[in-house]
Design a protein around this ligand. Sequence first.
Ligand code: PMT
Length: 405
Amino acid sequence: MIKAIMSDLIKKQILIGISGGIAAYKTAELVRQLIKKGANVRVCMTPSACEFITPLTLQALSGNPVHTDLLNRNAEAAMGHIELARWADLIMIAPTTANFMAKLAHGHAYDLLSTICLATQAPIHLAPAMNRMMWANIATQENRKVLINREYFVHDPADGEQACGEIGTGRMLEAQELASIIENMFTKKQPLSGYSVLITAGPTREAIDPVRFISNRSSGKMGYAIAKAAKALGAKVTLVSGPVALDAPAGVQRYLVESAKEMHHQAMTLAKTADIFIATAAVSDYSPAKISTQKIKKSTDILSLELHYNPDILFDVSHHYPDLFTVGFAAETENLINHAKQKLQRKKLNMIVANPVGNNKGFDKDTNQLEILWENGHISLPEDNKNKLAKELLLIISKHISKDS
Ligand code: PMT
């Protein structure tokens, strides 16, 4: 029996570029998955990519000849660089090496793949893969910024064990993840298409003097995972972030702030044009009444700080913008559900997401556990990766919004 393919990729023309990195072996699986979803796939490899995986493998998987040379008389007659640049509905370069990112950032055109990238109007997606130090290198990070500003879609590498034996950020995303990213680009109506989502994330810092501050353990991982997932589900995403060590997710507009007051100002301004507000930030409830202009000296055994209550961003946003769909997070060490329910009512929210913290949970972890509550309902999402939970939470929110509208 022939199984019908149900995919938004049917007959879409996808050009897969491969530059020379060990992760090229994963690209074979990516090509296989795209073909399975009904896409027409052509592959273009740089000369060094051919050292890692043979063009013959990609030819067999894609069912098309593989393109490797810029100056090839036969290729020019059939599918030269301009032809390929015009043919593609979307280009995905996987892996994108540090060297290839640098080439693109500087507009080089001395191999077929970089030449196509200059000549095409198709959206170009990059899946970088490299040693963690190469990824962290300021030159690579500067190139990344240049490329994002030029509207390349950069899908940052994941953390984990690397081919070189080191552990860190640099692993290319898995084939299945890349195939979904490509498919999502062609999905006409996504669950959050047409919605504008505003998210707060990370900690705030409340200055005591020019060198000290009050803060907390939030890493921003939960909020950034929600921002990334909201983007992937079709939303326009704006992120107001306290100081974290994370990069802005691709396609997300980020505003960096430090204190609760700055976050309050930014969120109140941006909420005007948002449809959904998700407050994942761990905002300091109090800040020093006075900020010393000079570094405070050790002069007494006991030093007391007078703290004043900070504005409650979520409370103010939900009260000023009653039409906005507001979602709070509740970080609790005890009575998770009861405390969360009280916040749901007191802050006039549409939904609250309670997560247990303390005992090495919640803060600065890759995993979380969510209890999602609204007026007459409750869903528990057991401990899982924050990226996965973020997507599930957003799908639940999207169902509530379509019910409301
Ligand atoms: O960043 P990670 O390391 O990934 O950790 C994620 C997290 C544990 C910080 C996150 O999942 C979380 O629970 N965030 C909310 C933390 C918190 O401050 O909870 P709260 O119960 O104190 O506040 C309730 C809600 O009011 C929150 O949505 C908070 O953003 C908001 N709030 C609180 C105080 C304030 N002045 N303004 C606010 O907007």
